[in-house]
Design a protein around this ligand. Sequence first.
Ligand code: SF4
Ligand code: SF4
Length: 366
Amino acid sequence: MNAERGVADTRAQVVKLAGDLGFDLCRFARAETPEHAAEFRDWLDRGDAGEMNYLARNLERRCDPRQVLPDAKTVIVLALNYFQGARKTRPVTAGVLPAKDAAGTAAATGRIARYAWGEDYHNLIEKKLAVIDQFLRECGGGQKCYVDTGPMLERDQAASAGIGWHGKSTMLLNREFGTWFFLAEILTTLEFAPDTAQKSYCGRCTRCIDACPTGAITAPHQVDARRCISYLTIELKGSIPTELRPLIGDRIYGCDDCLDACPWNRFAKVSRETAFAMQPEVAAMKLRDYLSLDDDKFRRLFCNSPIKRTKRRGLLRNVCVALGNVGTADDLPALEKATSDSEPLIAEHAHWAIERVKERAVAANC
Ligand code: SF4
Ligand code: SF4
């Protein structure tokens, strides 16, 4: 067998192994400076990344995979569909409760971004990557594996590999899976033939931009993270700016509005991976139930969930904002209790929420 044939066989074996491990897509890009490295630097310079200072660390490495792994030749990009079908709960608007459930209770449950419904994808995907890494080592390769945490402009690498195209929402889109997939990358010293990039199928559509509740998509392909609900409810560690709180609605962890609006998501298929389904215990929780979680209960409930990222203080802060937006008089006792929480961040947001709920009650009686 000649050397070229051997490389082609190894490539095909990687694709087969990735499929056997449950990945939905596996494609290849050259380990080169990503297409939008300059735009990424401009975005950081404008301050649009907010407090995500970690993005500016390792900037040179992030913009050149060969600085992460000398002799890197290829980025293998993998995608794993996490779509779990329609939401079980409907979005709630101020003071309008969802229909009563079987137990006859009615209260807002809060919205969680789909990617965070189930198990933490990092652990699950890292285990799969380790299997491919082992195979590539046996083929003589040196690798670095990443699941959205490494110094990598992963959407650029994924677009170069033809996993999808850059949507105007800045998310990557694929014609088969829409936007609902996790990305992972294996940087390797082995040289494989690259795949070709996909063309954009956004056309004249602007639905994601129109759907954004905070105007965070300031132009096609440009998001000001400081206005984005995903940033405000997950990445921001401190107080949420009061002018943005009403726009957050009943979202307590992340936001899918620009994704839900995307017409390509009409074609999304339910994932084969059941680990990403909503935990039943979380699905059953009303917003005010979160306020009774102490540190131990929080850890137990979210120890294997992406939601642990915000810690208790961040999640309960978000819950207070959501109750301020959609809560009713029935939520006031739980909010009153939260005003004396040992965590000042939670207490401050609980005070704000109480004022909002009371203002709504007064307006409703006028
Ligand atoms: S995640 Fe939500 S807030 Fe952020 S850009 Fe998309 S629609 Fe806007
Ligand atoms: S909503 Fe429209 S413009 Fe936005 S990413 Fe989807 S197809 Fe592209």
